[in-house]
Design a binder for this molecule. Sequence first.
Ligand code: FMN
Length: 161
Amino acid sequence: MKTVCGIIGSLRKGSYNRGLMMAAVEVAKDAGLDIRIFDRIAELPVYNSDDDTDEKLPQSVVDFKQAIGDAAGLVIATPEYNYSVPGGLKNAIDWASRPAGKSPLNRKPAAIMGASTGIGGTIHARSDWQADAQVRDLDRGSRHSNEHRRDLKLRALPCRA
Ligand SMILES: Cc1cc2nc3c(=O)[nH]c(=O)nc-3n(C[C@H](O)[C@H](O)[C@H](O)COP(=O)(O)O)c2cc1C
């Protein structure tokens, strides 16, 4: 069974996005995917490139990058905060994205879904992530090429709570 790293953008105990992820965990089993949730994004310090060195890298960051690196793909369930991705999730991605050439996100197939109490159903947060994915090259080795855009496997799934 392939392992997929799951990340939840909300820290709230009663989070709809947590519920969405838990449902995805069940559905994925039938597709032969084992979604393992990395539930520690609140432990990641605010990104500081002074600490982004082999000597200083916080253990939580080491563990997070390892979890992504070991997984065949990435799935994110996130709310939208103020028309964008919640800060904690953005911070997590910032850590995982470095160093650019060796990021565990490189060439990693990724999917994003979101639950919201708002009418937009997380559309801005999901499209922000798609922009990130193109810059960060989650799915392909080359950057900004037409081939890259065509082959980007990122899927954005709306889900209104
Ligand atoms: C700081 C903040 C900003 C929010 N901004 C938006 C927004 O821009 N669009 C939206 O649809 N919902 C917004 N919401 C409402 C969230 O969709 C709602 O709180 C949702 O339940 C959060 O997801 P969760 O249940 O997984 O915690 C916002 C909520 C908070 C706390």
